[in-house]
Design a protein around this ligand. Structure first.
Ligand code: ZN
Length: 436
């Protein structure tokens, strides 16, 4: 069969794998059909009904440990009314393939598939096993996806390198140059529900035991607490590379000191840029507050949900101790919704150098930089097992399109997809061809 990247992606986008509920069996069947047609053996994993992940493999000589090409098949929900096209229509409009997952992360899956099939068809001898892995449930914690796979089938996912989602080749951030980013690390989520009981009563007679007031005060203490910015290795290297475009970073390049970098960031008011702030700090965001139902009744209960994100290197127990200290209210119960430390793979590997060199060969003149993911991906589970994981997609995306990820009107240019596919093929060949 001949595969056309745009047509494949359009078909893939028509599968509604919104999570929840997921229905990732639709995607697993899509992949299984392709592998059956190509006589490539595969295995399905279904920890609970409909939550299916799929793995296929090309055998290598075993000279190196396996390379896993990973993407997730589920997508975040999309409200048709807020989009200018059908999020699950897979339409091609003005040179763009349109739909939920066009960037996050079904296009990456297509690039990985075509790289995988290309190697198979050319019968290239491989120095390491090459694994294609499409997983369920990335968007809501991976209990039915990577977390399950690594726990229940650890040997099948043993690898020395995982290539996953992360960054893109972004246009428009730096004038006249592309910014080719690779994510070797990400922040960790610590999502909490804070629960506070109190004493109900008549709104006319405040008694000082109003749980909504107590909880609001505690949360304010937490939000008011300023946290010192901290430079982690990925961010230090990111700014070092960005000095190619931003002259004001030169004093940092000259002395290489983190204090100098922080001083420049503060002097240029860069901490007021939310992305820069999040690259340099553990963040806290109060995202929901529930209590009370009548204007003249003191409620008996209040709860708040807080999304905090930890820089790599921040220990979870120290973070929780900090949170409790700032809340300073023993009657607040903390329930954890999701909890994982940030983590990062070293950039100091031959594989990283290979990927970076390939990106620069295909996008000459681009600035290449590592990027600390502010959100989370399935890479963190592999990194926890000591497997190096790098996140990137070698397709050119205009910077303003990045907000469509988990937003509306997600789409990818056909030309970006085609070029990205060619680059991906080359990168995979460079990483596992036996002739290198
Ligand atoms: Zn994603």
């Amino acid at each position: 069969m001949n595969f056309d990247a745009a047509e494949l992606l359009s078909r893939y986008l028509r599968l509604d794998t919104s999570n929840p509920p997921g229905n990732e069996h639709l995607a697993a069947n899509f992949w299984a059909d392709i592998f059956s047609g190509e006589d490539i053996p595969y295995r399905l994993y279904e920890p609970s009904p409909g939550r299916v992940s799929i793995r296929a493999e090309l055998k290598g000589s075993g000279q190196g440990a396996p390379l896993i090409l990973l993407h997730h098949t589920d997508v975040i929900a999309a409200d048709r009314n807020e989009w200018s096209f059908d999020p699950f229509g897979g339409e091609i409009i003005d040179g763009y393939i349109c739909g939920r997952g066009a960037l996050d992360t079904k296009s990456l899956g297509i690039m990985q598939l075509l790289a995988f099939l290309d190697i198979r068809r050319r019968n290239l001898p491989l120095s390491r096993d090459l694994v294609f892995l499409a997983t369920a449930d990335e968007e809501s914690g991976a209990d039915n996806g990577v977390e399950y796979l690594l726990r229940e089938h650890p040997r099948e996912f043993d690898a020395s390198l995982v290539l996953n989602e992360g960054s893109y080749v972004v246009e428009g951030i730096v004038p006249d140059r592309l910014l080719a980013m690779i994510s070797p690390g990400e922040k960790g989520p610590c999502w909490m529900r804070l629960k506070r009981k109190g004493q109900p009563g008549h709104g006319s007679t405040p008694h000082g035991l109003n749980p909504l007031e107590r909880l609001s005060e505690a949360v304010n203490r937490l939000l008011d607490q300023s946290r010192e910015p901290r430079v982690t290795p990925i961010v230090a290297e990111y700014f070092r590379r960005m000095s190619q475009a931003w002259d004001f970073l030169m004093p940092y390049i000259e002395d290489g000191r983190e204090e100098t970098l922080l001083r420049i960031i503060v002097e240029n008011d860069l901490l007021s840029v939310p992305q820069v702030n999040a690259m340099l700090r553990n963040t806290i965001s109060l995202n929901s507050l529930h209590s009370g139902n009548k204007v003249n009744v003191i409620p008996s209960y209040a709860e708040a949900e807080i999304d905090t994100r930890l820089l790599p290197g921040q220990k979870m127990d120290e973070w929780i101790a900090f949170i409790k200290k700032q809340l300073a209210d023993d009657e607040i119960q903390i329930e954890f919704i999701m909890k994982g430390e940030g983590n990062a793979s070293t950039m100091d590997t031959a594989d990283y150098v290979t990927i970076e060199a390939a990106l620069l060969d295909h996008y000459p003149g681009a600035i290449s930089a590592p990027y600390l993911m502010l959100g989370t991906t399935d890479s963190r589970f592999f990194r926890e097992k000591g497997v190096i994981s790098y996140g990137f997609c070698p397709a050119v995306i205009p910077g303003e399109h990045l907000k469509s990820i988990h937003g509306t009107d997600e789409k990818i240019g056909i030309n970006s997809l085609l070029k990205g596919t060619d680059v991906y093929k080359d990168i995979v060949v460079r990483l596992c061809s036996d002739t290198k």
